[in-house]
Write a protein that binds this ligand. Structure first.
Ligand code: ARG
Length: 437
């Protein structure tokens, strides 16, 4: 299906038997619908440009919106059908928590909230497209970001037969042109003042970009933040949270067992009021651009901190070191939209195996923008008091240390004896950074 000229629909025109009113049923497209201006305009634009009927798809990943209201708005805007579903459990169990177990922080900073949401939304849209016999899928991403890649790659992987439509990437309008189109077509434009940032949010975090944030020298103004208190006005008393893990997965908060979405929701509130979870990142996008991104991810930051501490207690030194490679590969893969790859399954097999003893409880102290480890315990702890103590009960065999040190240092002492101590070439002194003149 090639893109037709505007107004010249290419959809298959058949008489709808159910209606029996001579109306035509056209081919369908499933659109990822957020309820915002772009995707609302997209409903009409797709009708006109491609001659397709739009099925609007909205899901709740914990972004805190009324998805039923969004569904109704989709129908008012001209969608022939609108679907809204709560998929917070899927999102947490299959996306957010696995990424936590993998230690996935993109470039060491970003917990990947937006990046984790995309493959799930795309996968669910493919399911809807198949159920409704749609010929295409559509999303409201621009042509500059990572999200278009994540959507498109997932669609192409799971359903290569579906045509992909990206109205915002295709129409190349200015904001004014878009608003004019909305007015001409009677599309609801919210009366609120113009949006100053581009944002996306779900349980795992909030992403904020554009506007004044495009200057990396400018400190994000207060209105950037919605989930986190300014550390200056955060409570003067610290608050300690206890988080328990079972094989890498968070299972309880402050001694109370709870499901993933609720645990994250509660922790977002608690950590957010202490100003924890603000991230300011100059990020390397997949499309080659460096961009300045602000994130708020109170729960994700606290959970990563707590989880890592249980790992320090329960993973061997070698396992910890090896895992840094896996964490990086895993976070790149998520960021780059390659969720449905075989490599992901391989990495996850490692992570699941690697996490089998990562059970226990961490105490994290929240105070004025900081989340600090205050204590940790695990029944599988490799921290052994009988080996570590300088007090009574010491079982460490210090007499073995002397021989160990001799062998450990053998290569270096041999080298010094036969090379540097002979006074030629390298000398036994501090390696110098500035070459001697
Ligand atoms: N830079 C982040 C990412 O690629 C966040 C994108 C946020 N999207 C948005 N529509 N504001 O994952």
């Amino acid at each position: 299906m090639n893109r037709p000229e505007r107004g010249q629909g290419s959809g298959k025109f058949t008489v709808s038997s159910e209606e029996g009113r001579g109306e035509v049923a056209r081919d369908k497209v499933v659109l990822a619908y957020s309820g915002g201006l772009d995707t609302s305009v997209a409903v009409k634009w797709i009708n006109e440009t491609y001659g397709l009927d739009v099925i609007a798809y909205t899901c709740d990943l914990g972004q805190g919106q009324d998805i039923e209201a969004i569904r109704r708005k989709a129908l008012r805007t001209g969608a022939v059908e609108a679907i809204a579903e709560d998929v917070r459990n899927l999102f947490v169990d299959y996306f957010a928590f696995p990424s936590l177990m993998a230690g996935a922080l993109y470039e060491g900073k970003y917990p990947l909230a937006t990046a984790l949401g995309r493959p799930l939304i795309a996968q669910l849209m493919v399911r809807v497209a198949k159920e409704h016999g749609a010929v295409a899928v559509a999303h409201g991403c621009t042509g500059k970001g990572n999200d278009q890649v994540r959507f498109d790659v997932t669609f192409q992987t799971l359903a290569p037969h579906l045509k992909i439509i990206a109205p915002v990437r295709e129409w190349k309008w200015t904001r004014t042109e878009e608003l004019n189109y909305a007015l001409e077509h009677g599309i609801e434009v919210e009366a609120t003042k113009e949006k100053i940032f581009s944002t996306d949010q779900n349980l795992w975090g909030r992403s904020i970009e554009a506007g004044i944030l495009e200057d990396p020298w400018i400190e994000p103004p207060p209105e950037t933040f919605q989930w986190t208190a300014d550390p200056k006005t955060a409570p003067d008393a610290p608050e300690v949270v206890e988080i328990s893990f079972d094989r890498g997965r968070p299972i309880s908060l402050n001694g109370q067992d709870m499901d993933g979405p609720r645990l994250i929701e509660e922790l977002n509130v608690i950590a957010g009021r202490h100003g924890v979870g603000r991230i300011d990142h100059i990020e390397n996008r997949l499309v080659g651009i460096k961009s300045r991104e602000i994130y708020e991810a109170p729960a994700a930051i606290v959970l990563h901190e707590a989880h890592r501490e249980i790992e320090f207690l329960t993973l061997s030194k070698d396992a910890l070191r090896f895992k840094t490679y896996v964490s990086q590969a895993y976070s790149d893969l998520i960021y780059n939209g390659l969720w449905f790859s075989a490599l992901h399954q391989d990495l996850m097999a490692f992570v699941v195996s690697n996490q089998q003893y990562v059970s226990g409880t961490a105490k994290v102290k929240l105070f004025k923008g900081h989340a600090m480890i205050a204590g940790r315990k695990s029944e599988h702890s490799l921290y052994r008091h009988e080996l570590a103590t300088y007090d009574e009960g010491d079982q460490y065999d210090a007499s073995a240390a002397q021989g160990f040190i001799k062998i450990h240092g053998l290569a270096q002492t041999t080298q010094a004896k036969h090379q540097m101590l002979k006074g030629t070439g390298h000398r036994l002194e501090l390696p110098s950074i500035i070459p001697p003149s």
